[in-house]
Design a protein around this ligand. Structure first.
Ligand code: SF4
Length: 63
């Protein structure tokens, strides 16, 4: 996404089955490549992962 991905907006590179379409591609943003996922973040399904991401966005949003 040329201007960056706003919080709460689905990434344009995310496929219908929630995979990164540019995984392993040098065009993938550095922040994505540097993320170290862990079981607490991912949980057992995408519902848990989205709730985790939403909580992070809420906790770090500017006033
Ligand atoms: S890893 Fe980054 S580029 Fe790929 S889908 Fe997720 S946010 Fe988008």
């Amino acid at each position: 996404m040329p201007a960056g991905k706003p919080a709460g907006v689905r990434c344009a590179q995310l496929t219908a089955d929630n995979r990164c379409a540019i995984f392993g591609d040098p065009r993938r943003p550095a922040v994505c490549a540097s993320l170290q996922p862990e079981p607490a973040m991912c949980g057992d399904d995408h519902v848990h992962a989205l709730a985790w991401l939403t909580a992070l966005e809420t906790a770090t949003q500017a006033d």
